[in-house]
Design a protein around this ligand. Sequence first.
Ligand SMILES: [Zn+2]
Length: 380
Amino acid sequence: MMTRLAQLRRQAPKDTMSQHDTVPERTVWEALSLGLRHYKFGLLVALVAAWSGAIVAVYAAGIGAVLGGGAVLGAAAQGLVPSAGGPYGVGIGNGITIIGVVVGALVGAVTAFTAVFGGSIVLAPQALLAELLAGALIAVTLTAILYRGERLLLTSRGYRRMAWEEWERIAPLAASAAQALGLWAGPLPHIFVVDTLDAHAWTEMRAIVITRGLLDLLDDDELRAVMAHELYHWSVGHSVGQRLLWACALPLVPLQALALWLGRSREGVVALIGWCLFWPVNLTVRAVVAPLFARYSRSYEFQTDAKVAACGPAYRDGLRGALTKVAILEAPRTGWEATLTRAHPPTALRLERLISPEEEARRAARVRGGSPPHDTAGAP
Ligand SMILES: [Zn+2]
């Protein structure tokens, strides 16, 4: 059988085009339909957070909180709320005042948020629906455009095709990983290399990217397991889903970047102005979008590791080896990604799951023997 690997190797890399065009590709529609299967509720929440004017309602909630809390504090100062020794005194009355202020702030925040957000839903439901539909349409169109132009985009970032020696090492490893995952018959992603000493690998919508540092650090078994991990991410469209989520939250992305930039300013006044202007954006991204993203992405990461482990002991041990050497395999590349992936599964917990059946049996025996792994009472 003339394997596709042999075909690939015969047409080996003279330039980016010949290297990439030897492999059949997914169409943009196939990729989008795969991507839309992930982060479902997350996509909807991102759309609502970014396109519905929810940020204005969060602003209103902040003002409501200050007014509500201030009103209670004012009432306490005038003696209208029980407070032994006034608001600045000490004692039970002071405790009641503090609770009163917190409750007042909460009531103010909820009232203001409901009035603004609920008001827009009740008064102009069609406008809200139109905003969300427009947001969804823009998100899908933009993702499709970025998908088509991805190779150009990656090349413009300095990502390059594999050099001959790299190709000779990586292509057979990627091919056996694709075979082990049952992907060999179908379309496959491009492989790009980045010349940086950091050791990372990640999946774009149409490509897998590996750094020079990773190639130098890992042995072949580890590299093959990492290729299997990234190939699985690519095959189920996790990266397309992630791009769609970014596109759904699009109006928030530049605002959040600006907030991060201003927040890092050494000028206290600039940082304060940035905070005052953008706290609702930061709050919405950090408290709503990011935790939702994390909930999905954690399970996707564990699921991907499990698929690699299911390819056989060599893959499982290879991935363990790679994760032991590289603390963060898929590092965030933008402030947006950094905020979203803050709750990525810690490597220690991923390693915990990538154990051999013998190790699993040993752990079970330890638990039966009255010394469960989480019991640290007897630990030295
Ligand atoms: Zn991953």
